[in-house]
Write a protein that binds this ligand. Structure first.
Ligand SMILES: Nc1ncnc2c1ncn2[C@@H]1O[C@H](COP(=O)(O)OP(=O)(O)O)[C@@H](O)[C@H]1O
Ligand SMILES: [Mg+2]
Length: 248
């Protein structure tokens, strides 16, 4: 079942088109990786799909709800872990989770239970009393993602979840993401191709605001006659950039 469908989704900042008539389809229960170089338009797209930014034109249906007219209903089923981790720096891990639970209208008891459940699930027990501002990069990302799923969202957006993490933290986070997948559709943006290859059921590649291709990793490799996603990406994005250069 298609859970996200965009229809010529477009965002312009003055004369600059950051997202250009994008049409993507995300299926329920999958991990969809939205890939692109820095500045390609990934975050802008995610912001429109989570109703944080209004499209200039086009629209999208999230679980059948229109981003232009049904913002409040969409916010009930969607959650985002933003590119810049968001938490209260002076609260500890447990307090941040409870705080977020209360924002989502959980009772004190429910928020306490959910916070403890997530601390366990995300292997944060050793660190639960540490203030968020003092956590390592990997723990900050884990906290940020735990906070994003406090409300058990139907759809979770992870914007560059492993940016700035070391190899071990990245690996640990991939395990967490695979656990979350059991009950949530995940859309993650990344410019790490190994990450997409490891995690994603399907990928969409965006370049200069335009969707270049959307398919499974295997089909994209087959289509480009390449044996790694990285080579396929270079072929596809290199070609589309070349076309743009020749237009200029
Ligand atoms: N608020 C804004 N005003 C003007 N330009 C913006 C704004 N937000 C993003 N952009 C531009 O839009 C393009 C896409 O940005 P973004 O979606 O953040 O890319 P990505 O997440 O793929 O790195 C970039 O060129 C960026 O500079
Ligand atoms: Mg971004």
């Amino acid at each position: 079942m298609i859970i996200i469908k965009t229809n010529n989704l477009t965002k312009k900042f003055k004369d600059f088109t950051a997202v250009d008539n994008i049409n993507i389809n995300v299926y329920s229960g999958e991990i969809y990786a939205f890939l692109g170089l820095n500045g390609a338009g990934k975050t802008t797209t995610i912001k429109m799909l989570t109703c944080l930014l209004k499209p200039t034109s086009g629209d999208a249906l999230i679980n059948g709800l229109d981003i232009n007219t049904q913002k409040d209903k969409i916010k009930e089923i969607v959650s985002i872990s933003p590119q810049e981790s968001a938490f209260a720096p002076n609260l500890n891990i447990y307090q941040n989770l409870v705080f977020m639970g209360r924002i989502y209208s959980l009772t004190k008891k429910q928020a306490d239970e959910r916070a403890k459940e997530l601390i366990k699930e995300f292997d944060l027990t050793k660190h639960e009393k540490k203030k968020a501002k003092n956590l390592s990069g990997g723990l900050k990302r884990r906290l940020s993602i735990a906070m994003a799923i406090i409300s058990k969202p139907k759809i979770l957006f992870l914007d560059e979840p492993t940016l700035g993490l070391d190899v071990i933290s990245r690996h640990n986070l991939w395990n967490e993401i695979n656990k979350i997948k059991e009950y949530t559709t995940i859309i993650l943006t990344t410019h790490f191709l190994d990450e997409a290859e490891k995690l994603a059921d399907r990928v969409g590649i965006i370049s200069n605001g335009k969707l270049v291709i959307e398919n499974s990793v295997n089909n994209i490799k087959e289509y480009t006659h390449e044996n790694t996603l990285e080579n396929a990406f270079i072929k596809l994005v290199g070609e589309s950039n070349y076309e743009n250069d020749s237009i200029c």
